[in-house]
Design a protein around this ligand. Structure first.
Ligand code: PGA
Length: 248
């Protein structure tokens, strides 16, 4: 099972130090836990997590260019050099607030993979799409745009995070059977673009208002390989409590 924590734009360097000290000393599960830290915490993350068998470090974004004329951006190569193991791409907060397009996300994925990073690709419908019963179309379009031109063997380094936009940070989640249907549909698309094997094997996690109360039901949904957690990961002790609920 994969557990991905997205710390978003939270924690100063000092707060990150306290957070990592607690998590590293108390995490006792054998599931792969990826802590996606803000850029400013990556150096500290390397110090705390280098060589850790179960806890990996991730970033939350990467530049879609490799040339140096991108003031304020961070390249995949630079991320790799911090010891980052993976990177989130296509988070809905970036798609909406920073107008990231499928084309840009596709470039980010290719650069991340080229530089040896694992990719956590977020896809999900927004509320208007859900209300007009366009969840499938939305997922299909996003997957098609983001995965364009990739080779099947690259999928082993990609995890898809199904994150309904309306469920992020709202305390609302879809019905379990709706999550099951969407995850199944994501796999169906992978089968169509690549192969049956690729669709069966790709890792798909659920994200959006995962908390101590719903996490067990979510990880039991057929086809779900783990969870992506935002708000509920921010307090180290609360997060450890959530993790303690998971089977070993
Ligand atoms: P949330 O965030 O758990 O706070 O809903 C999830 C995410 O943004 O990926």
């Amino acid at each position: 099972m994969k557990i991905i924590a997205n710390l978003k734009m939270n924690k100063t360097v000092q707060e990150t130090k306290e957070y990592l000290t607690t998590i590293v000393s108390k995490y006792n599960k054998k599931h792969e836990l990826t802590l996606c830290l803000p850029y400013t915490s990556l150096a500290l993350g390397q110090f705390f997590l280098e060589g850790n068998e179960f806890i990996k470090m991730g970033a939350q974004n990467v530049c879609d260019e490799e040339v140096d004329k991108c003031t304020g951006e961070i390249s995949a190569q630079m991320l790799k050099s911090t010891g980052a193991h993976s990177v989130i791409v296509g988070h809905s907060e970036r798609r909406v607030k920073f107008r990231e397009t499928g084309r840009s996300i596709n470039k980010k994925i290719k650069l991340a993979l080229k530089n040896g990073l694992q990719v956590i690709l977020c896809v999900g419908e927004n509320l208007a799409e859900r209300n007009s019963k366009k969840t499938k179309e939305s997922l299909k379009d996003q997957l098609e745009d983001c995965l364009k031109g990739l080779y099947e063997n690259e999928l082993e380094n990609i995890t898809i995070a199904y994150e309904p936009v309306w469920a992020i940070g709202t305390g609302k989640i879809p019905l379990m059977r709706e999550i099951e249907q969407s995850v199944k549909y994501i796999r169906k698309n992978i089968v169509e673009y690549f192969s049956q094997k690729a669709g069966d094997e790709i890792k798909v996690v659920y994200g959006g208002s995962v908390n101590n109360k719903n996490v067990l039901s979510i990880i039991r949904i057929p086809g779900v390989d783990g969870v992506l957690i935002g708000g509920a990961c921010l307090d180290a002790n609360n997060f450890l409590q959530l993790l303690s609920i998971l089977p070993n």
